[in-house]
Design a protein around this ligand. Structure first.
Ligand SMILES: Cc1cc2nc3c(=O)[nH]c(=O)nc-3n(C[C@H](O)[C@H](O)[C@H](O)COP(=O)(O)OP(=O)(O)OC[C@H]3O[C@@H](n4cnc5c(N)ncnc54)[C@H](O)[C@@H]3O)c2cc1C
Length: 503
């Protein structure tokens, strides 16, 4: 018999890293919780999207996930950008959910919200048997796209105000096997030594240009590649995930445009396999072994909440009394229109901004094709970090809703910085914590004091009140002059001439 109704304390819609962290936390705190996802496994982009390198400060549930994977040989827990096996990663998250008693419904998509006087009474879902409703006291939107919040009438923004509302470029990741990463690493190092001081992208961009000249590529697809080794494989014969296919001028809520992007990137992946084999040292024996079954969307809706995390907050490293996550990274804004430039890792400010790295505007003509904003260029100082306040998880207009992950309340460039995996998971943990406070006190997420959420997370072992350690403490000690590198990326030139970055 098919069920047409479910009753829970908490429904989490979307089991990416953020939604899964929310569901685990809520269930561990004794709330009757259900997690629904339209896919057939959890982890979202981090697992099904092959984004296997974890950026940001890894703490709380993210650390637990990583440690448990590492104990089974399925993660490389290094000081920065630890990597996971995507399949083992999703199975571990699922195990963590099941252990808590959280119910999971796979293959179920939320399609509507039943709202009465600003309260979501139920989330209407669609599954194999048709429509059914999940009635819950608290709703957590972990869809990445803010679907439920939008259905319920929460206000939102989409895209860059400086790029006519276009989203960041998108990337469908793929997997390759039989890659000699040692040889590839050596070739990159040799290139850097031969081209000392060059601010261009590097070996891959040069090889792509050569392939274009020889007619083996129609154009430079993207001038660099993010490559992560799959744990448990040999560096000289590695399995890897690759993020280099790209679509530009994207509108990430339009099904026709999304389909255009996917088909475009399918074609690119076939070209890239041949390109890597023929041109790139270490890839001679490489072969394509998989294409991610989740398209790499970096941004779509940003749900407007009680606080909108500003681009300038990120640039200047603002700390908040209700800070529930932290991220000492950079504006990882993938350029909306230019494959040549690739990234736009600065914002414009009208006056020098304390805590940020500022300089007179020097942007190239194709950096801001819809018009250059006035003022100075400002970048994140890699030695500084920003916090995410609890209020960014609390949407306007709807009373029993929290949003988590990449759709939280933020400006365009701020979202590009906070969307990474570790802080996304922390927003989930914060939402699960807040849901428990709501039910205990009989209040709404808006009435919850974010400082209490922070305190409870600290009591649960998230060291939000402590100095950053490890990699980030090392970066903090860097001294020297700032330089802008390829990819609009910031580095620090030390006394010995060596340029260091937060990466
Ligand atoms: C190409 C690419 C490279 C990146 N590189 C890095 C990196 O190197 N390091 C890093 O830390 N971060 C990186 N990121 C960012 C990071 O991977 C994501 O921002 C983060 O994983 C988002 O997590 P999330 O839980 O918010 O959302 P998602 O991972 O998008 O998960 C959303 C989940 O909700 C489900 N869902 C959606 N709509 C519905 C619905 N209506 N009903 C039911 N279920 C629904 C989806 O199936 C999915 O499981 C990258 C992102 C991309 C796209």
């Amino acid at each position: 018999m098919n069920k047409t109704n479910y009753y829970f304390d908490v429904v989490v819609v979307g089991g990416g890293v953020a939604g899964t962290a929310a569901a685990i936390t809520a269930a561990r705190k004794g709330l009757r919780t259900v997690l629904v996802d339209s896919a057939q496994s959890v982890g979202g982009l981090a697992t099904n999207g092959y984004v296997t390198g974890i950026a940001g400060v890894v703490e709380g549930l993210c650390k637990e996930w990583l440690k448990r994977l590492e104990a089974e040989g399925d993660a490389i827990d290094r000081p920065h950008l630890p990597t996971i096996d995507p399949d083992k990663g999703k199975l571990m998250l699922e195990r963590m959910l099941v252990e808590t008693g959280c119910r999971i419904l796979y293959g179920v998509t939320a399609i509507k919200a039943i709202v009465e006087e600003g309260v979501i009474k139920g989330v209407v879902c669609h599954g194999k048997a048709g429509e059914f409703t999940i009635w819950a006291k608290i709703v957590i939107d972990g869809t990445g796209d803010g679907d439920v919040a939008a259905y319920a009438g929460a206000p939102y923004e989409v895209g860059s105000p400086h790029f006519a509302g276009l989203n960041m470029s998108t990337t469908l990741a793929f997997r390759m096997a039989n890659v000699d990463l040692m040889k590839y690493g050596q070739a990159n190092q040799d290139w850097r030594e031969k081209n000392a001081g060059a601010t261009s992208f590097g070996l891959l961009a040069e090889l792509e240009a050569e392939a274009v000249k020889n007619g083996d590529l129609p154009f430079v697809i993207f001038p660099t590649a993010l490559i992560y080794q799959i744990p448990n494989t040999e560096a000289t014969d590695a399995d890897i995930t690759v993020m280099t296919a790209h679509s530009f001028y994207t509108r990430n809520l339009d099904p026709e445009d999304l389909t255009r992007q996917i088909i475009e990137q399918h074609n690119q992946i076939l070209l890239l396999e041949k390109f890597f084999q023929k041109y790139v040292p270490g890839f001679e024996r490489a072969r394509l072994t998989g294409i991610a079954n989740m398209h790499g969307i970096r941004d779509s809706r940003r749900i407007l909440g009680e606080y909108i995390l500003k681009d300038t907050d990120v640039a200047s490293g603002t700390k908040f009394a209700d800070g529930i996550a932290r991220f000492p990274e950079f504006f990882d804004t993938h350029h909306p229109t230019s494959p040549r430039i690739g990234f736009m890792r600065h914002i414009h400010v009208t006056a020098p901004l304390e805590g940020a790295v500022c300089r007179e505007a020097q942007c190239s003509d194709d950096m801001h094709i819809f018009g250059r904003p006035a003022g100075l260029e400002a970048r994140v100082d890699p030695r500084n970090h920003c916090e995410i306040p609890y209020r960014t998880l609390v949407p306007l207009n709807v009373d029993n809703l929290l949003v988590v992950g990449r759709c939280i309340s933020s400006e365009f460039n701020a979202q590009a910085a906070v969307r990474i995996i570790a802080p996304s998971m922390s927003t989930g943990q914060a939402a699960g914590t807040a849901a428990a406070i709501c039910l205990e006190k009989g209040i709404t997420p808006r009435e919850v004091d974010g400082k209490l959420v922070r305190q409870k997370m600290i009591a649960d072992g998230v060291p939000l009140d402590q100095e950053l350690t490890g990699h980030w403490a090392k970066v903090k000690a860097f001294e020297g002059d700032f330089v802008v590198l390829a990819g609009d990326f910031i580095g620090i030139k030390q006394a010995d001439g060596k340029i260091v970055t937060a990466m």
